[in-house]
Design a protein around this ligand. Sequence first.
Ligand SMILES: [Zn+2]
Length: 289
Amino acid sequence: MDSFEEIFTKKIREADMVLVGLGEEFDQMNPSENAAFAESEMMAQNLKWLIPAFRSYDTSQDAFEKREKKQKALRNLAELLGKKNYYILSVSQSKMVSETKWREGRLVMPCGTVCKKQCEHGCAEEEVTALTEEEKAEISRSFERFEVASKEVKDFLRGDAENMPPEVRVAMKMIQKKEAVGGAINALGIDLRKILGKCERCGGNKVFNVLQAEKYDEKGYLKDWDHYAKWLYGSMSRNLVVIELGTAESYPSLFQNAFEKITSLNPRASHFSPGDENFENVIDWLAKL
Ligand SMILES: [Zn+2]
């Protein structure tokens, strides 16, 4: 039997149309306990819209290495797809998916992206706009400052309270950590609001155009969605191959169920999920192409 690498390239080569589903695995998940703690603090401070950006911009070394490999895999995938008639449907909100050089107008991100901003109140007349390179660079610097602050918190917590009984020490450190990380996140939120600016209609703050925003503004992707739906309609009776990468089961209506329906309606379509392989293996392979 052919290896999944061979099937993958063969499927793409032979297809008239290719639909690629990119899952949440492309959002950089920092597995560290500190990242999980920081995210819970963001929730507590009503900064949920910040979480996908935190995953996307995370400047820690470990996150950086993982991100670099995924970035390369996506770049190579775009090259492999070349001028094929393809569409990328991504639930990942990451910068790397947004910034990969796909064919013009062939990417739809229904859960939003950290590369666009919207009014926090979702004002109907206010546009959802793409971030400028300058804004992105400033955001990166804010996250770097946050990373430094987090390190200081860690160092501070390592020392101190040596002579206390262990249970007290644990409790003390928890309180200190909450205060210190909370403070760093509050500063990060203030920084980012300054960079993203204000809504011209209501004067509210701008936030990232992501599903986690309190009033997610769907204008950010609806035009692309219409285009995608038409493209998909046009795939009927064509040799369509549907590929899923890094999709877990959290969006069945977008992925698994939808893809099964597409392939059941179109006898020439096939559904291929190398996700049955370990996702990391697929990324390793794509990154080395
Ligand atoms: Zn507004």
